[in-house]
Design a protein around this ligand. Structure first.
Ligand SMILES: NC(=O)c1ccc[n+]([C@@H]2O[C@H](COP(=O)([O-])OP(=O)(O)OC[C@H]3O[C@@H](n4cnc5c(N)ncnc54)[C@H](O)[C@@H]3O)[C@@H](O)[C@H]2O)c1
Length: 353
């Protein structure tokens, strides 16, 4: 069986990618420092080996790649999916060093290990599927919507810049060292696996859908709507919500592509449709059957009014077919996971690093 190292696999999107890798006949091994990841999800729910460490620990990586490490002994490592990053935009503005060290410098060390491994094996470096983000587009103009891969890239915070810098490095490494690369720019990842046993569990949570669901259970619970005067149909920001399992499927398709053709490719991953914050809240009310208090607040600096992808390139080249094409079906899976998480939290099953 082909083994794939999943860096950051104990996190939200990485854990869903593991499930799709398993369905696709791959054998995932997780590398995660567990700063934000969940050990039980990897070991108990997904049943996958977990190596606790930094993605930029070159020596550890070399051991994993060469099979000297117990978790990869006798295994044939075919590729790496790289989810490992910090992704709090606000924090990246206050503490950019944390983001450039963890996201950028660690990735350079990971790439060093891949090049070293290729040199030892006298072969091409193994393929990398990289988690990028729509944050690299910064504040697109109205005329740029829907956003295609060639849309002007001008990130407005250190998080987005760290991701764009990595993209440029990956392109240079492809050109110079024949590194097979697929760069996947996600829009807003949302929802949870249909089985309901893995899902979004960030701490702190900053994403809209889990915050809305949390607000239902919190006594003084309310959801703050940041900005009601945007130039959109209801004044609130519009985003493209893509189901996390659809994202995960795109990763397996992208990996198979670069395993075969050793190419460089870049894809936007969204559903190509946008929903406003108020629409998300209203659909959440419908799905949960509960009322949600809203507090109207000022705009946050740097929030673009509208971010909607064009996913046509991924559909055409990867034959990617996202299955969750409406907000209600995405929210139903998020709600299902939320109920499971609340039930099992009391049994100390989830969130134990
Ligand atoms: N969630 C989204 O909507 C979204 C959108 C666009 C891009 N992304 C990107 O997708 C990736 C995954 O996002 P997520 O929402 O699953 O985040 P997450 O925090 O749930 O997962 C990231 C995982 O990486 C681990 N990690 C972080 N730095 C590490 C390091 N140096 N070494 C080893 N492990 C490390 C964390 O412990 C965590 O388990 C990130 O790269 C993020 O920037 C996410």
């Amino acid at each position: 069986m082909s083994t794939v190292i999943v860096a950051g696999g104990a996190g939200y999107i990485g854990s869903h990618a593991i499930r799709e890798l398993q369905k696709g006949g791959f054998d995932p091994v997780v590398l995660d420092n567990l700063v934000y990841g969940h050990r039980t999800i990897v070991e108990d729910v997904l049943g996958v080996p977990l190596v606790i460490g930094q993605v930029g620990d070159k020596q550890l990586l070399e051991k994993l790649l060469s099979g000297e490490h117990p978790s990869t002994r006798g295994k044939d490592i075919k590729g790496i999916m790289h989810f490992a990053a910090y992704a709090y935009v606000g924090e990246s503005v206050i503490n950019p060093a944390k983001y450039y060290k963890n996201n950028l410098a660690e990735t350079i060390m990971l790439l060093e290990a891949l090049l070293e491994d290729a040199k030892k094996k006298n072969s091409q470096p193994i393929p990398v599927v990289f988690s990028s983000t729509c944050a690299i587009y910064g504040m697109p103009l109205e005329t740029d919507i829907p956003i295609v891969e060639s849309t002007f890239q001008n990130p407005i915070n250190p998080y987005g810049r760290s991701k764009l810098m990595i993209e440029k490095i990956l392109i240079d490494y492809h050109n110079a060292y024949k590194l097979p690369v697929s760069i996947l720019r996600y829009f807003n990842a949302a929802g949870a696996d249909i089985k309901g046993d893995i899902g979004e569990n960030h701490d702190p949570e900053t994403h809209l859908i889990p915050l809305v669901l949390q607000a239902l259970f919190n006594k003084e619970g309310f959801i703050k709507v940041n900005g009601i005067d945007y130039p959109t149909f209801d004044g609130t920001c519009i985003r493209d919500y893509v189901h996390v399992s659809d994202l995960a499927k795109a990763h397996v398709l992208a990996l198979n592509k670069i395993l075969n053709d050793k190419s460089l490719s870049i894809y936007n991953l969204g559903i190509g449709k946008g929903y406003s914050i108020m629409e998300v809240i209203n659909v959440a009310k419908k799905v949960t059957g509960k009322e949600i208090k809203i507090i109207k607040s000022k705009r946050r600096p740097g929030d673009p009014p509208v971010l909607i992808s064009s996913p046509e390139k991924a559909k055409k080249e990867l034959l990617w077919k996202p299955e969750f094409l409406d907000l209600e079906s995405i929210l139903r899976t998020a709600w299902n996971w939320y109920l499971f998480k609340e039930k099992t939290k009391s049994k100390k099953h989830i969130n134990v690093p």
